[in-house]
Every structure is written in structure tokens, then in C-alpha cells.
Design a protein around this ligand. Structure first.
Ligand code: FCB
Length: 468
């Protein structure tokens, strides 16, 4: 029996800020990333996203590529500030017009739109009240979600309210490495809570306008102990609370996990009762029709004493020995991917799963023949498809897979250096070149997820020479 169901959503993902460019077109408002990219030193090589992949203009070309490589779904995001330029109140219909055209054209091509509402580009105007630290951000997000679903709700079957609450909290408000560039531990946990509360409230507010399924995309990182000591086991479990359970439990159970809440309260100097108010957890729980999982790697953890830059008693130490890595040094661990899918299903049963992101940085560029022979991305993709087949065979209700990313794009604080795309983008001209990995992915999709050559594990690379 084939592992992948016939209606499996094979696709690719992008986000508005990373590909669109055109920050001033059709009444778009300013977003926190427009401001952040202007901060000296914030973006590697000083890049910005004023043009990026120019997808605001070239979107039909992007859809042509999706069709050419046989994708069944496309995950993209709406730019919040195109729709709510002032953060609150006024809705900009021209922003919605753009996405309506995009969605209609996807549907005409039989490609299912998977629409993210917040892929990090909050309207700058909301910073007047602290961004996600301000509780009013929840109401602002609900206004936006209503505006989007009122117009688009009849033609979208899959909604993702929030992308990666932990990364918003961590990089945006704890470490200040992403917009809005704040470093405030208590502010960070507050922001993360409001992101989740906004999901719950928005999901309720959207229901009258859409029959589509509503979920959140979490970036989950399996946390494994570096040694078999009890201390490292505790460190891994603590880290799992910080990264994974802090978000999974309130969304898919009934509230925040006690062990991690105690860590947060210790690290931020007091109870969180003024942040997590009565009724909040009930408003977050039970509001997800599916879970989106963004998977990149695992975290190998060891015990460590807390200190000025370490709020919790653990640290990431990484693997020792030989591990395959991306060009950025990220460990490639498809077995951990399979185990994660099985674990999420075991611990949070009954929730359909979609892999909403998975991909890797490999810097391949066109060779003398004008083609991009990104062998390692192909291998990466195949090994992760094989991991999903194993998870499906183990009974995991997996509904789709969105490779990150369709296009090389603006990779946030890292600028344009990291290339995650199935499609190469020449950022000087905007020209797109379909990489070998995309063509191989097209074959996998055509064959219903069968990865020819059986053994596709990263360690068995050499047998894979001739997948063309
Ligand atoms: C995820 C983000 C996505 C992209 C990938 C590489 O954290 O959701 O926008 O940056 O990582």
C-alpha cells in the first residue's frame, strides 16, 4: 500500500516579506521589518527587502513554476500591513484585491492555497503599544483576521494564523535579532502569550466567514540529551518545555506546562498571572483544526548553570562526531523528523498534521550549463520524504508537506546569502531558474511520494548518484 494518500498536499512555502518587495505599492503600510532593516547592522551585508524576489509583480511567473513542477499546494502569507496599513481600523481593499487574484489563479490551476496571516510582518503602527507585548495586539490581529477571512474565506481551505510563535518571542523580543529588535525576557514571554491568544481569538472570529481549517505553524525541535546523565536528560526535557511544549500544550491541551511555567517565573522574577489572565488558556485551547510543523533540525542539550545570557539551566551543545550538515552548519537529521511526527501524534492525538516548512541552506548557483545542480538539496528532500513515509506507515495523520522554500529569498537577518529555494533567484535581475531539486521533487510528487532507489538516508549518499 502506498504510504502517501492520493490527496496528500505536496507543495512549497514562501512568506510575503521575504519575496514580495514593493513596500509602497497599492497603499501598503509600514511594517516592523521595514523599520528593522533600516537599523544599522541589523541585516547581514546591509540588505533590505524593498525588491527581494519582486513577487508582488512576478507572482504569475511564480505560479507558472508551481504548475510546471506539479505542486498541489502553495503556502504563502498575506502582508498584514497591505491589508491593515495603520494597524487598526481602516482596511485597504487594494491589498486584499492582490491576494484575491493570487488565490483565484491558484485555484484555477488546482493548487490549494495555504494562507498564513502573520509571517512576522506586523504593521509598524502597532509598536506604539509595544507590538506583541501590548495586549491590544490581540484585538488588532482579530481585526485583521476578520478583514482577511471576510474577503477570502470562501476560497481558502487552510489558514495558518501565526507562524512560529517561539521564534517571534525569541528572536523578536528576547534576543532582539529580528524585528522589532527588543531584548526583554519578560516582554518576550508576554509577546509569545499574546501571539497564542491572538490565534485563539482570531480563529473564533473567522469561523462565520470561512469553512476552511484553521491552525498554527510551530517550529518544533526535538531536544536530545548530549550524554546519558540524568542532568542532561533534565536539560533536554527542560529545553523541550521551552521550545515545544510551551506552545503545544496550550494549543492542543488545556494550558501551559507547569514545569516550564515555573522556569519562566523564576527567570523573569515573579508570577505570570498578570500576563496569563483567567480565561486566556481556555481561549487558546481547542482552536486548532490542524497543526502546522516547521522542521529543520534537533537540539542536542546539556545541563548548564544559568547566567546573564542564559536564563534557564541548559545549553545547546550540538552533536559530536560526523553529522551531515547544511552550508550553515545545521545538522541534517531525518530520523529525528520521523520520530517527531510520531511523538506529536502520540502526545497530542487526533490532530491532523501538515509539515508547513522543511528545507535547508545549500548555496548552489548556476554552473556553465546555466543549470543549478543542487544534489544535496535533492538528497535532503528525499530523506525527509522517506521519513514522512515511515511516519505515515506508523499511523501519523499527515496531510501535506510544504518545502521551504519555493524561491531563494530574503532570509531575515541573514539577508540574501542563505539560499533555501527549489528555484534559484538572481537578485540583480529577478530571473528564476528551476533547480534540479525542484525537478526531482516534481517526479516524487508525480509518483505519489515514492522515492526511487529506496535507501535515501543521508548517510547513503553515494548510491544516489543517478537519480535523474
Ligand atoms: C523559518 C521561517 C521562514 C524561514 C525559514 C528558513 O523559521 O518561518 O520564514 O526563515 O525559517
Amino acid at each position: 500500500m502506498p504510504s502517501f494518500p492520493a490527496d496528500f498536499l505536496w507543495g512549497a512555502a514562501t512568506s510575503a516579506y521575504q519575496i514580495e518587495g514593493s513596500p509602497d505599492a497599492d497603499g501598503r503600510g509600514r511594517s516592523i521589518w521595514d523599520t528593522f532593516t533600516e537599523r544599522p547592522g541589523a541585516i547581514e551585508s546591509g540588505g533590505d527587502a524593498r525588491i527581494a524576489c519582486d513577487s508582488y509583480h512576478r507572482w504569475q511567473e511564480d505560479l507558472d513554476i508551481l504548475s510546471e513542477v506539479g505542486m498541489k499546494a502553495y503556502r504563502f502569507s498575506l502582508a498584514w500591513s497591505r491589508i491593515m496599513p495603520d494597524g487598526r481600523g481602516r482596511v485597504n481593499p487594494r491589498g486584499l484585491d492582490h491576494y484575491e487574484r493570487l488565490i483565484d489563479e491558484l485555484r484555477r490551476r488546482d493548487i490549494a492555497p495555504i494562507v498564513t496571516l502573520n509571517h512576522w510582518d506586523m504593521p509598524e503602527a502597532l509598536m506604539a503599544d509595544g507590538g506583541w507585548i501590548g495586549r491590544s495586539s490581540v484585538d488588532a490581529f482579530v481585526e485583521y483576521a476578520v478583514a482577511a477571512s471576510e474577503r477570502l474565506g470562501d476560497r481558502v481551505d487552510w489558514w495558518i494564523t501565526q507562524n512560529e510563535p517561539w521564534i517571534i518571542q525569541l528572536l523578536g523580543y528576547q534576543l532582539g535579532l529580528h524585528a522589532p529588535g527588543i531584548r526583554d525576557l519578560r516582554g518576550a514571554v508576554t509577546a509569545g502569550h499574546h501571539v497564542l491568544l491572538a490565534h485563539g481569538r482570531a480563529a473564533d472570529a473567522m469561523r462565520p466567514f470561512t469553512r476552511g481549517r484553521i491552525g498554527v505553524a510551530l517550529n518544533l525541535l526535538p531536544c536530545v540529551p548530549a550524554t546519558d546523565s540524568q542532568e542532561d536528560a533534565d536539560a533536554a526535557w527542560g529545553s523541550d518545555g521551552y521550545v515545544n511544549r510551551w506552545f503545544l500544550d496550550p494549543l492542543l491541551r488545556n494550558g501551559y506546562p507547569d514545569d516550564m511555567r515555573a522556569h519562566w517565573e523564576r527567570a523573569t522574577g515573579g508570577p505570570l498571572d498578570d500576563v496569563i489572565r483567567p480565561g486566556d488558556e481556555a481561549a487558546i485551547s481547542g482552536r486548532s483544526d490542524f497543526l502546522g510543523i516547521n522542521f529543520y533540525t534537533h537540539r542536542v542539550m546539556a545541563a548548564a548553570a544559568p547566567g546573564p545570557d542564559r536564563p534557564f539551566p541548559w545549553q545547546v551543545v550540538g552533536s559530536t562526531g560526523e553529522v551531515e550538515r547544511t552550508d550553515e552548519g545545521t545538522e541534517i537529521v531525518p530520523d529525528a523528523f520521523r520520530d517527531l511526527l510520531i511523538r506529536v501524534h502520540r502526545d497530542y492525538p487526533g490532530v491532523p498534521l501538515i509539515v508547513t516548512e522543511n528545507g535547508a541552506i545549500f548555496g548552489d548557483s548556476p554552473t556553465h550549463d546555466g543549470e543549478v545542480h543542487d544534489v544535496r538539496r535533492t538528497r535532503y528532500l528525499r530523506s525527509h520524504v522517506a521519513a514522512m513515509a515511515e511516519a505515515l506507515d506508523a499511523g501519523v495523520p499527515l496531510r501535506g508537506y510544504m518545502h521551504w522554500s519555493l524561491l531563494d529569498n530574503f532570509e531575515w537577518a541573514l539577508g540574501y546569502r542563505p539560499r533555501f529555494g527549489l528555484v534559484y533567484v538572481d537578485f540583480r535581475t529577478g530571473e528564476r531558474i528551476i533547480k534540479d531539486s525542484a525537478r526531482d521533487y516534481a517526479r516524487i510528487v508525480r509518483d505519489g511520494g515514492i522515492v526511487a532507489g529506496a535507501d535515501v538516508r543521508a548517510s547513503q549518499v553515494d548510491s544516489l548518484g543517478a537519480f535523474g
